[in-house]
Structures are given as structure tokens and as C-alpha cells.
Design a protein around this ligand. Structure first.
Ligand code: CTP
Length: 403
């Protein structure tokens, strides 16, 4: 996703400096070119050689060291960058950036660059909450610097509170958002469902399925990166939910039904990737069911959320369903597309190799109300998410033109 993007990473003297090594490796894996500038205090905490090896580029630590090329180094680096990320960012670098102080390589490049600047602070809670730091953050935000919010947690000093460097996934997403994604879904509201529902039988047991939630979460994540306002209704998932979206956690199909219908009206695009249980136990036992020979469980049907949305769909709303099959994939998908009044259905064959419930990849066929049928090759789920959103965007454009 970051193929060829030039990321300039500024590492400053926070204990979290070692976490920047993981960021370099993630950016490289996504195809980016990475160069690293370290402040002098950062070099006390982690060796430049680590970043040099991971980025496969020289590391810049000093304004006046022997230049790596004949060019004026701070200017050429400033021009080279597609994005400047400062992670971790100390209170000191925030103050310098806010005041325009240029007394080392990082602060000088930050002044000289026209690239977007992202800052991921990491410091003690009291420092973060200090009026001076807060004012500097506000000043920088008003100039368009993007802040990646620090998390709550146990800090290096032993305190617990806000100030922990944001998770590597969130920092990577912020860079992707800034440098790699078109904002073609800006202004649109997207409702996504993900994961498995859980149908309780007694206080100990429940009925569920193998869904990991990854497909739906990738769709929500990509929609957010493309500028949409995203609501994610998530059942049981075993992947991390990204920040920056409205997340509603649910357990049963009936909970999911309620949450979905509450947000359905405002949604421009609905994508139902959740694996919803069609049935729930008819009775819930208040106490643990004791073993007593063979037993039968009576089940009753859950509401079909997607079908209800299909009935209530307003003009201009786009409804996209998923379809999981082990046989006659396209025929069954076609039937569901018509029966549930969908605009698009994403069909996946549960028995395909490296695809389906727990896999990183998926192999899908996308059918649309206009009669198109496209079989996509096996690809990572985030790419499948992008393909679905491309088609949703295209359909929205067509609908707009028709109006
Ligand atoms: N779905 C739903 N509510 C249900 C069941 C399914 O909203 N109670 C949605 C799923 O989120 C998915 C689509 O309907 O987007 C198709 O789900 P799938 O399990 O493939 O099909 P079903 O409609 O349940 O039909 P069947 O189980 O008979 O294949």
C-alpha cells in the first residue's frame, strides 16, 4: 500500500524510541522507502545502526556531520519526504515545532518540509497534560499537523495513565491515511458489521461459528482511511479493532439486529460481513445444564438483518451482503442478491484454499444488481476490502449521475 512512498521518520529521546524500529520494519514491508533522523537524545536510547539496518539507508543524527551527498542535506531530506512522521515525539520536539526552533537536523527538516507532518507523542501523563504541552499541541493542530493520540497504560516511569506511544497499527494506519489513500468516500457514512454472533445456551455455553471478523474489520478500516465516517457493529472478533470509528460491540444476533437498525437510516453504504447465527436456542437455562445422557437442543430462527434492511432500503442507500457457501456459490449468491434486495453481494467459498473464516486472504466473486459477476484472484483481505469499496464508490457515482 505504501509502494514507493518516501517516509521520513524522526525519532526523539523518549523511552519508547525502541518502538520506532518496529515502525520502520512495518513501513518497509508495505513497500515504503524509509529514512530516519534521530535527535541526539534518541541516540542515547537506541543505536542508529538499528535504524540503518532496518531502513537500509544512512541515519541522520547531526546537522554538521560529513554529508551523505553533495546536496544541502536538511533541504534535500525535506524535499525527499512524502510524509514526515515524528514517533515517538517528546515534549521538547513538540515545543520546538510549535515555536519554529531549528537547532538540530529533525527540527530544521520539519521547518523546511512541505510534506504533511504526523506526530505520535510519548511521555509521562503529567508532562502530556501540562498547559505548555497542550498549547503546543493545539498550535500544531491548527497548522494541520496530524496527532496520533497516545494511549493509556503503564508508562516507563511506573505511573499508569495517558502518554503511552500509540499502537504500531494505529501509527501505520495514520501514515497510510495521509500518504496512500484517496479520500473518495469523504462525506459518506458507512455501516459495517463484522465477526460472529454468540447465541447463549446457559451461563457457560453458546452457539457460534468460525468467523474471525477480519474481513469486516478490514472493510471498516479501509473505509475510514478513504475518508468515510464509519460505524462498526462487531460481534466476536479475534483481531484488533482500529481506532477512529464508532464501534458498537454486540453478542447475539438480536443485539446485532438492534444496533444495525438503529444506525441503518443514517448510512449511505451498508456492508454486512458478519457471520450471523441463523438460529438461537429457544430457551436460555439460568443455571448450567447438567450432563444427563443424550440431549436435544431446540432452536428458533433469528431475524435476518440484511433481508430487513433490503425491505427498508431508501433511494440512494447501497446495500452489500456477504454470502458463505460450500456448494453452488454463484447460484446461491444470485438468489440472496435478489431475495434480500441487495446492490452487491460478495460470495466466498468456505472450502477454498487460503481463504474464508480464519485466513489472512480471501478469494471472492462479486455479483451486482446490474448483472456483473467478477471472480477476483486470491488476495489479502485488506485488498479485497479495497476492491469492494472501489465498486461501492463506482456504484454511488453512477447513482449520482442518474439523479
Ligand atoms: N445475514 C443477516 N442476518 C442473518 C443471517 C445472515 O444479516 N440472520 C447476512 C449476513 O451478514 C450476510 C448475508 O446475510 O451478509 C448472507 O449470509 P449467509 O449466512 O451466507 O446466508 P443466509 O442468508 O443466512 O442463508 P443460508 O444460511 O441459508 O445460506
Amino acid at each position: 500500500m505504501l509502494n514507493g512512498t518516501h517516509i521520513l521518520l524522526g525519532v526523539t529521546g523518549s523511552i519508547a524510541a525502541y518502538k520506532a524500529a518496529d515502525l520502520v520494519s512495518r513501513f518497509k514491508k508495505l513497500g515504503a522507502e524509509v529514512k530516519v533522523i534521530m535527535t541526539r537524545s534518541a541516540t542515547e536510547l537506541i543505536a542508529p545502526l538499528t535504524f540503518q539496518s532496518l531502513s537500509q539507508n544512512p541515519v541522520y543524527t547531526d546537522m554538521f556531520e560529513t554529508p551523505h551527498s553533495w546536496e544541502t542535506e536538511h533541504i534535500s531530506l525535506a524535499k525527499w519526504a512524502d510524509v514526515l512522521l515524528v514517533a515517538p515525539a517528546t515534549a521538547n520536539i513538540l515545543a520546538k515545532l510549535a515555536c519554529g526552533i531549528a537547532d538540530d537536523m529533525l527540527s530544521t527538516v520539519a521547518l523546511a518540509t512541505r510534506a504533511p507532518i504526523l506526530v505520535a507523542p510519548a511521555m509521562n501523563t503529567a508532562m502530556l497534560e501540562h498547559a505548555a504541552v497542550q498549547e503546543n499541541i493545539k498550535t500544531l493542530q491548527s497548522r494541520g499537523v496530524l496527532f496520533i493520540e497516545p494511549e493509556e497504560g503503564r508508562l516507563a516511569c511506573g505511573d499508569t495513565g495517558r502518554g503511552k506511544l500509540a499502537a504500531a497499527e494505529d501509527i501505520t494506519d495514520a501514515v497510510l491515511y495521509t500518504a496512500a489513500c484517496p479520500k473518495d468516500l469523504a462525506g459518506l457514512s458507512v455501516l459495517v458489521t463484522a465477526g460472529a454472533t454468540m447465541e447463549p445456551l446457559d451461563p457457560v455455553r453458546f452457539l457460534t461459528n468460525h468467523s474471525s471478523g477480519r474481513m469486516g474489520i478490514e472493510i471498516a478500516r479501509m473505509a475510514k482511511m478513504r475518508g468515510a465516517s464509519v460505524t462498526l457493529v462487531a460481534g466476536m472478533v479475534n483481531v484488533r479493532i482500529p481506532t477512529g470509528m464508532n464501534v458498537i460491540r454486540v453478542e447475539s444476533a438480536r443485539d446485532m439486529h438492534m444496533a444495525c437498525m438503529e444506525h441503518f437510516r443514517q448510512a449511505d453504504i451498508v456492508i454486512k460481513a458478519a457471520a450471523v447465527a441463523d438460529y438461537r436456542p429457544t430457551a436460555y437455562a439460568e443455571n448450567k445444564i447438567k450432563k444427563a445422557g443424550d440431549m436435544n437442543i431446540s432452536l428458533e430462527q433469528n431475524p435476518d438483518i440484511l433481508a430487513e434492511m433490503g425491505e427498508k432500503k431508501k433511494e440512494g442507500q447501497l446495500l452489500i451482503g456477504f454470502c458463505m457457501e460450500t456448494e453452488q456459490l454463484e447460484e446461491n449468491a444470485e438468489i440472496k442478491l435478489q431475495k434480500k434486495n441487495l446492490d452487491m453481494i460478495v460470495a466466498n467459498h468456505l472450502l477454498a484454499e487460503n481463504a474464508g473464516f480464519q485466513a489472512d486472504n480471501n478469494t471472492v466473486t462479486i455479483l451486482s444488481r446490474t448483472g456483473t459477476k467478477e471472480a477476483l484472484p486470491n488476495m489479502p483481505k485488506w485488498m479485497v476490502a479495497g476492491e469492494i469499496l472501489n465498486r461501492a464508490f463506482h456504484m454511488k457515482q453512477l447513482d449520482k449521475k442518474r439523479d
